[in-house]
Design a protein around this ligand. Structure first.
Ligand SMILES: [Zn+2]
Length: 314
């Protein structure tokens, strides 16, 4: 059995794990990123995580075939350089060379959403000739796996589905453009849509639910809608339309065999999935051929670690 190490570099935590060649995590650990400190210290903590995992797992170093790193932003996969990192201030960092020099293990670098896409693919998508993974979270991320390989595009980023335009001249996005899908279909957007409706309808059950948990999160509208609250149902209906508009466009462009939805909101399960499938299948261009399968992700937070690790499999 060969083993691989996956590192998921996030704005809050650096998560890492040893993964076997079947995509199963043997052991995992994490450290806070503390992103404002010097880059060298962050990378040194990644090396320490790797060394500790190897020690704790009791696997010989030569049984580990590679270290995969998923980074939020643009990476040069061929040169192993972080071109530009979102959330963690890193620019033109030769991370692969450094970590290999410290550990003696080859490093493969991927965009984090592409790594997560590959992680889910290893669990749910194996065998699918074309596969799209979408995460609905703070933003909208995504990745494409074509014929079993990550689609990296020209510069290593691959698909950035969250930044396709949904509303011309719409809300301002973090990327600088207006009207991106992310501004309407992310959980951040759902929270804003929920707050707006709560303010307009103070007697809505959403206000009671939010008060109970002390904040407005992505669940408030969904939970109140399940209890038949009219305003909440309107929020959920509108949100689902935004989400499905984006998914329909992706399916029209890629015609994937399978599309998997991950991120925090995917915990809503069939309540989220069933209306999406109904709407997408009604409005997608393809009316006569077999339909794209749409499913909910199964790995949640481990997708990044597993995908980064599996990106090293030759
Ligand atoms: Zn954008």
């Amino acid at each position: 059995m060969r083993y691989y190490i996956g590192i998921d570099l996030g704005g809050t935590n650096i998560a890492a794990g040893i993964v076997d060649s079947n995509g199963k995590i043997m052991i995992k650990d994490s450290k806070p990123t503390l992103k404002e400190r010097p880059t060298e210290e962050i990378i040194e903590d990644m090396v320490k995580l790797v060394e500790n995992l190897i020690k704790r797992c009791g696997i010989a170093k030569y049984d580990i075939s590679g270290i995969g790193i998923g980074c939020p932003g643009a990476v040069d996969n061929r040169k192993g350089i972080i071109t530009y990192c979102v959330n963690v201030p890193m620019k033109n960092v030769k991370i692969a060379e450094y970590i290999t020099s410290r550990t003696g293990i080859p490093v493969n670098l991927e965009n984090d959403a592409n790594a997560a896409a590959l992680g889910e693919y290893n669990v749910k998508g194996r065998g699918a000739n074309s596969y799209i993974f979408i995460t609905l979270g703070t933003g909208i991320g995504g990745g494409a796996i074509i014929a079993g390989k990550i689609y990296r595009g020209f510069n290593g980023v691959g698909i950035e589905a969250g930044h396709m335009t949904l509303v011309h001249n719409g809300d301002r996005c973090t990327c600088g453009k207006r009207g991106c899908w992310e501004c309407y279909g992310s959980v951040t957007a759902l929270i804003n849509q929920t707050i707006e409706k709560m303010n307009a309808n103070p007697s809505s059950l959403m206000n009671i639910k939010a008060k109970k948990i002390g904040k407005v999160d992505g669940r408030v509208a969904f939970e109140a809608a399940k209890e038949d609250d009219k305003s909440a149902k309107e929020v959920v209906q509108q949100y689902l339309e935004y989400v499905t508009d984006g998914i329909t466009s992706i399916i029209n462009i890629f015609e994937p065999e399978l599309l998997v939805i991950g991120g925090g909101i995917s915990k809503e399960g069939d309540y989220l999935l069933e209306p999406i499938i109904e709407y997408v299948h009604k409005y997608e261009y393809n009316k006569y051929c077999p339909k794209t399968k749409i499913e909910i992700a199964s790995l949640m937070n481990d997708a990044g670690i597993i995908g980064a690790a599996m990106s090293c499999v030759k």
